[in-house]
Design a protein around this ligand. Structure first.
Ligand code: BYC
Length: 320
């Protein structure tokens, strides 16, 4: 039976079979409208997170303690911008424009990762972001390399390579502080105290409270659940904190021999909801800064459009 003769239910059956057989879905393939919308939601929010995530670290570029640290941080922040661009391009293959996505971000219709609504108060926060925030992002993104939508999966391959460098530079930067003098060690501990819980929130609500999880898992948009990913992150981070001689701020954190995992305390879900609904410490600043620089960049978009029009007019004249 050819595709155009099938009804919606038959098409969905074939689609699900392709997913179950681990085939990638490509932009021109038939897909259920809800799959397309759900992907646009997740990919565009992922892109927004990368772009908004440039702000807290960008805040320290002019104050990095050495030229080497400054070069590394500049490269990292540029990488995050690049990740945003691959992801916006990937979402565009689903039939949404960049303008629509930017508008959704700026009006609050689309979310971005809660973590970027916390301020970077000291230089140690830059190390903590690399270690914990990029560390949490990789745990999630490694599994997203196997997501069912081809352009998203392929974007994740390169993103993961870069995030791995980001994680290491953050950890190395915190090592210098943690093995430094008492004041430096205290800076590192203070950063861990402030970034630990928000990092756990990056994985989203518990599976039982996750609105999109069950459908996203069935369609293999998500390959691992929010709680599974959070657990992997905790398990990998505890020995890393121990090596640094820092204490994770959770009195319930304990190795559970039976489960073969660390048990850990409960996240403050009220805080999580407040932050994702626009009322965190930095939400307003993050969006108003985005609006400001986006408007300041209007001349670039105008110039590109004018150049394209000029080129097209020249080609038309040549072929006339
Ligand atoms: N923050 O049903 P659920 C980076 C929302 S950046 C805000 O579980 P889902 C980096 C969720 O969107 C990398 N919102 O959702 C950059 C949904 O709301 P809507 C960031 C959150 O999608 C710069 C609602 O809560 N990584 O690495 O199944 C410097 C219900 O949740 C959050 C990604 O974006 C949150 N933490 O699962 C340094 C990964 N959690 O849309 C580093 C891609 C949940 O219904 N995204 N919400 O209004 C994902 O893997 C999934 O979207 C999530 C959530 C696991 C985050």
């Amino acid at each position: 039976m050819t595709e155009f003769k099938m009804n919606e239910a038959e098409l969905e059956k074939v689609f699900q079979k392709r997913i179950d057989d681990e085939q990638k879905i490509e932009p021109k393939d038939w897909m259920p409208e809800k799959y397309r919308k759900n992907l646009i939601r997740q990919i565009s929010q992922h892109a927004h997170s990368e772009v908004i995530g440039m702000q807290p670290e960008g805040n320290w570029i002019t104050r990095a303690p050495t030229l080497r640290r400054k070069m590394v941080l500049l490269a990292k922040v540029q990488d995050e911008g690049g990740h945003g661009l691959y992801l916006y391009s990937s979402a565009e293959t689903l039939g949404i424009s960049r303008e629509e996505m930017v508008e959704a971000l700026q009006t609050g219709a689309a979310k971005y990762a809660s973590i970027f609504n916390y301020p970077t108060l000291t230089w140690a926060d830059v190390g903590a972001i690399g270690w914990l925030v990029d560390g949490a992002a990789i745990v999630n993104q490694i599994s997203l390399q196997r997501t069912s939508y081809g352009p998203y999966a392929r974007a994740m391959v390169r993103v993961c390579k870069e995030e791995s460098f980001h994680q290491r530079q953050g950890y190395e930067s915190l090592m210098v502080l943690a093995f430094g003098n008492a004041e430096q060690k205290q800076m590192a501990q203070d950063a861990l105290d402030r970034w630990w819980w928000p990092s756990l929130m990056m994985f989203g609500p518990h599976d039982a409270d996750s609105a999109h999880s069950s459908q996203s898992m069935k369609w293999k948009i998500k390959r691992k659940s929010n709680d599974e990913l959070r657990q992997s992150f905790v398990d990998q981070s505890v020995p890393q904190a121990e090596y640094l001689g820092l204490k994770i701020p959770d009195s319930n954190l304990k190795w559970n021999e039976e489960r073969g995992h660390y048990d850990f305390g409960e996240i403050d879900w009220d805080e999580f909801l407040r932050v994702i609904n626009g009322d965190g410490m930095c939400n307003r600043d993050r969006i108003s800064h985005h609006v400001k620089v986006h408007n300041e960049g209007q001349w670039v978009r105008d110039a590109m459009r004018a150049y394209e029009e000029k080129k097209r007019a020249r080609e038309l004249k040549k072929s006339a």
